[in-house]
Each structure stands twice: as structure tokens, then as C-alpha cells.
Design a protein around this ligand. Structure first.
Ligand code: SAM
Length: 251
């Protein structure tokens, strides 16, 4: 089998500086803020993991936009060979530390072409809350399609397109618009900018890149999570917040 990481094709020229800066600053606190946090730890990550096909033992999986390595650590625990990439060097450092010598991790921009991954070297891809930083999804989705074996899968989580509008959001539901939000995590304040698009644009992008949607999940807080974080999670009950898709590469 070809090596998974093709170092000849390291990309990354077109990275988004504001996203990169924000995540470099958040990296030291990201695990602490999210692993046991209401939205990532107790709502989005369980839903994403529930859609990942098993068993994973011996499978080679890319975690795209790996952050500080929560999914990578989980995938390794499931027996997968793991490759993690992220735009932020500080996040990749956190992932390396967290996974203590297991897995292969590198700095790469999902918006740059081509991704430094050898063709047909992956069984699956997880991409947790990262794709909405890019306006154009054809570059990353085509890269995933090339890197996957025939019949390979992707599990992608995103903000739900029917979710509450962000502060100052312009345009209507059918517009693809750049939105921004101010986050404060463990004393680190950043302004994040990401793209909101209608459901039809999401499904079109998947289809154009050669994927069919196999499963969709719209997670709601569990009873335990609600009891633990009533103030954070009560407003989410009955409200679309995150959406998770499992896609399959058409052969
Ligand atoms: C909301 S965080 C999620 C991190 C991780 N998946 C998790 O669940 O904790 C989004 C991540 O996507 C990364 N990211 C954003 N734009 C990216 C790009 N163009 N290429 C690669 N990674 C990107 C960020 O650096 C950040 O680590």
C-alpha cells in the first residue's frame, strides 16, 4: 500500500489567517474547554461517533480539522490507524501530545489543493465542526474522494442550517453568507468567522464531489447532559443545533 501521507504535496498556502490565529490562541485551552463541555463533549461528539461505521480495528482514518485531538484519541482507542490534520500548528502540537506517539499528524489547510494524502489510502474520514470555515467545499470534498478507497465513508458534523441566526447575520436562509461569533473559552476571547449555507447547497456539494448521504443525525441533549448543564442545554431542546452526515463515496 502507498504511504498515507504524501509529503511531496504539502499544501497550506491559502490558509485563513483569522481562523488560524484564533485556533492557535485557543489551542492551549481547547481540550479543557470542550472535552467535558456541553456542546462539544455532550452533544456533537457523541452524535458524530454514533455515525462512524464499526469495527475500526485496522482501518485507516483521517480526522480532518483535528483540533486538539479528541476524535484522534477516540479513533486510536477503537483500533484505527489515525492521520490527523489541522490548519493550526498549535492544535497539531496538542494532538501529538494527547496521542503520545500514536498516529500521524500534520499541519495542512483543507482549502489547499491537493491534500497531502496518498490516493485510495483511507477507509474513512471524520470532520468535526471544521468544514464551515471554508466557503468552497469542492476542494476538501474532492481531496477526500481521491484519498478514500472505493466505497469509503465520511462523517461530517456542522452547525445545523436551520439553527438560530448568528449575531448580525445578513441575508436570508437561501444565501450562503459569512457569519461571525465571539467565543470566550477559559479566558481566551476570539472572533470566529464561518460560512452558513442552506441545506440544498450542502447536499449539492456532497453530490458534485461523488458522495451519497447515507445517514443524517440531528442530536438533542441526553437526560444526563441536561441534568449536568441545564443553563447551557435547555435552550437547545427542540431546536436544531448541530447536524451530522454520513456520506459514502459512490463507486
Ligand atoms: C471547532 S474546531 C473543532 C476541532 C475538533 N474537530 C474538535 O472536535 O474538537 C475546528 C477546527 O478546524 C480547524 N480548521 C479550520 N479551518 C481549517 C482548514 N482550512 N484546514 C484545516 N483545519 C481547519 C481549526 O484549526 C480547528 O482546530
Amino acid at each position: 500500500m502507498e504511504p498515507v501521507i504524501d509529503r511531496k504535496h504539502r499544501g497550506g498556502e491559502e490558509r485563513s489567517h483569522s481562523t488560524l490565529d484564533a485556533y492557535d490562541r485557543l489551542a492551549p485551552v481547547w481540550s479543557q474547554a470542550t472535552d467535558e463541555g456541553p456542546f462539544n463533549g455532550f452533544l456533537e461528539r457523541p452524535a458524530l461517533r454514533a455515525l462512524v461505521p464499526r469495527p475500526l480495528a485496522g482501518a485507516t482514518i483521517l480526522d480532518a480539522g483535528c483540533g486538539s485531538g479528541a476524535q484522534c484519541e477516540w479513533l486510536l482507542g477503537e483500533g484505527a490507524e489515525v492521520v490527523g490534520i489541522d490548519l493550526s500548528p498549535a492544535m497539531v502540537e496538542q494532538t501529538e501530545r494527547r496521542c503520545s506517539g500514536n498516529g500521524r499528524f500534520l499541519v495542512a489547510d483543507l482549502g489547499a489543493e491537493p491534500l497531502p494524502i496518498a490516493p485510495e489510502s483511507l477507509d474513512g474520514v471524520t470532520c468535526s465542526l471544521a468544514l464551515h470555515y471554508l466557503e468552497d467545499w469542492q476542494i476538501p470534498l474532492r481531496s477526500f474522494a481521491t484519498a478514500l478507497v472505493p466505497g469509503g465513508w465520511i462523517v461530517i458534523s456542522l452547525d445545523h442550517p436551520f439553527g438560530p441566526p448568528f449575531p448580525g447575520q445578513q441575508g436570508g436562509y437561501f444565501d450562503t453568507v459569512l457569519v461571525s461569533d465571539v467565543w470566550s473559552k477559559e479566558g481566551v476571547e476570539v472572533t470566529q468567522r464561518f460560512w452558513r449555507r442552506p441545506l440544498s447547497a450542502v447536499f449539492d456539494a456532497f453530490a458534485v464531489a461523488g458522495f451519497v448521504v447515507e445517514r443524517v443525525s440531528e442530536p438533542q441533549p441526553s437526560v444526563e447532559a441536561l441534568a449536568r448543564f441545564p443553563a447551557d442545554l435547555s435552550p437547545v431542546v427542540g431546536v436544531p443545533w448541530f447536524i451530522v452526515y454520513r456520506l459514502r463515496l459512490m463507486s
